[in-house]
Design a protein around this ligand. Structure first.
Ligand SMILES: NC(=O)C1=CN([C@@H]2O[C@H](COP(=O)(O)OP(=O)(O)OC[C@H]3O[C@@H](n4cnc5c(N)ncnc54)[C@H](O)[C@@H]3O)[C@@H](O)[C@H]2O)C=CC1
Ligand SMILES: O=C(O)CCC(=O)C(=O)O
Length: 414
């Protein structure tokens, strides 16, 4: 049988399994198997050469029983409806695992910002906000950065929303520049959260992080800060990659140099000649592997060749369900995306709280609150997996779905 690489339908399968284990009935599955709302929009943008290009975008809201929906916006040529739907479902799980008062949302635009000018990207970002403005807002659905979007794009989107509503609305979006109500620590939050999960996983496996050899796929927001944290900690980062290739040095890469040379899209390998492929990178001999780029990277095809004993998923959906099973059977400790990458949305929540109260915290305060939440969440998922004798992905789905399911029940939806 062919492997299911569809992110949406494979997520439905595991949601079903988790709900059955939690004792919920078929009606609950009927409610949670699809987002409540998916808006498809067409965004006309005047390009710099005077022509008009029409871009396709989406905003998906999985479940808003717990609170407003929350999740990033992705600018990528491969964005599609099923991917955005799955990404919004994973946001419900992340918020449930960390205990945030949100449901899951996610957005995306089919585009390649690497080939666009800054002013074209600005017009596209503003057009997207105008197109989705009816269904988003600080108490409805709160966007944030994701692949190929950043704090500048968040600033344009916040400005456009504030103009439409005729009032300043910093709580409409998170991941903003500090001066516009961004939070200390948000930029590094995803990598901080992944680092905390790596520390906890290493403890469980008796691995000393200072001796560990680490491979990271992706050198953008999540991957590059993570490389820096682990490098500074004393771990040996022996491989990194971007969309164009990968770098490998068994003695450890010069992370500070690479950080200095990478561009705003997380590209750095194009400056080097002796590169390897992303596929080769994933199969390198190492202790800890962190996919921090895109989905469907570890599949049934290459799962048997993975040498790492710990995989911590910074990216959303990097490992297929079939590969998850192969890796668990092989004794690999796999810390799933919905837990490992939850640091970003956690500090986004802190940013929103600070915007709502108009009082801002120090970076130390943010990091301390983040650590507390992630250590608790890691152990909650790990212990569920141990007690139930299941892998951490299924355990994370069980922990993550509970709030949305119970809140939907209390509201009388099911
Ligand atoms: N930024 C955030 O706060 C969060 C990000 N994530 C996830 O982390 C992953 C990376 O996101 P960011 O670092 O924010 O994005 P980014 O846009 O800052 O960086 C993306 C990186 O992935 C690389 N990449 C793109 N296509 C690739 C391909 N086909 N093969 C290999 N590498 C490729 C890029 O070259 C770049 O290095 C995504 O899956 C995202 O959904 C998850 C939670 C929060
Ligand atoms: O910061 C946020 O609100 C969402 C981050 C995100 O999109 C994700 O965790 O995948």
């Amino acid at each position: 049988m062919e492997e299911n690489l569809n992110l949406f339908t494979s997520t439905q399968e595991i949601i079903k399994e988790a709900l059955v284990k939690l004792g919920f009935n078929d009606e609950m599955y009927e409610l949670l198997k699809e987002p409540l709302r998916v808006l498809m929009v067409r965004i006309p943008v005047r390009m710099d050469d005077g022509t008009v290009k029409v871009f396709q975008g989406y905003r998906s809201q999985h479940n808003d029983s717990v609170g407003p929906t929350k999740g990033g916006v992705r600018f990528h040529p491969e964005v599609n409806e099923d991917e955005v739907k799955a990404l919004s479902m994973w946001m419900t799980l992340k918020c449930g695992i960390v205990g945030l008062p949100y449901g899951g949302g996610k957005g995306g635009i089919v585009c390649d910002p690497r080939t666009m000018s800054m002013s074209e990207i600005e017009r596209l970002s503003r057009g997207y906000v105008r197109a989705i403005s009816q269904i988003v807002g600080p108490t409805k659905d709160i966007p944030a950065p994701d692949v190929y979007t950043n704090s500048q794009i968040m600033a344009w989107m916040m400005d456009e929303y504030s103009r439409l509503r005729e009032n300043d609305s910093p709580g409409f979006i998170t991941g903003k520049p500090l001066v516009l109500g961004g939070s200390e620590g948000r930029e590094k939050a995803t990598a901080q959260g992944v680092t905390i999960c790596i520390e906890e996983a290493a403890k469980k496996r008796g691995i000393n992080l200072k001796d560990a050899r680490v491979v990271i796929q992706g050198f953008g927001n999540a991957g590059s800060f993570l490389a820096k944290f682990l490098h500074d900690y004393g771990a040996k980062v022996i491989g990194i990659s971007d969309a164009y290739g990968a770098l490998h040095d068994p003695d450890g890469l010069d992370i500070d140099y690479l950080l200095d040379r990478r561009d705003s899209f997380g590209t750095v390998t194009t400056l080097f000649e002796n590169t390897i492929t992303n596929k080769e990178l994933l199969e390198l001999d190492c202790d800890i592997l962190v996919p921090a780029a895109i989905s469907n990277q570890i599949t049934a095809e290459n799962a048997h060749n993975i040498k790492a004993s710990i995989i911590v998923e910074a990216a959303n959906g990097p490992t297929t369900m079939e590969a998850t099973k192969i890796l668990s059977d092989n004794g690999v400790l796999l810390v799933p995306d919905v837990l490992a990458s939850a640091g970003g949305v956690t500090v986004s929540y802190f940013e929103w709280v600070q915007n709502n109260q108009g009082y801002y915290w120090s970076e130390e305060e943010v990091n301390e609150k983040l650590r507390k939440k992630l250590v608790e969440s890691f152990n909650n998922v790990y212990n569920t997996a141990e007690t139930r004798r299941i892998n951490m992905r299924l355990a994370a789905y069980m922990v993550g779905l509970r709030n949305a399911a119970e809140a939907s029940k209390f509201r009388g939806w099911v």
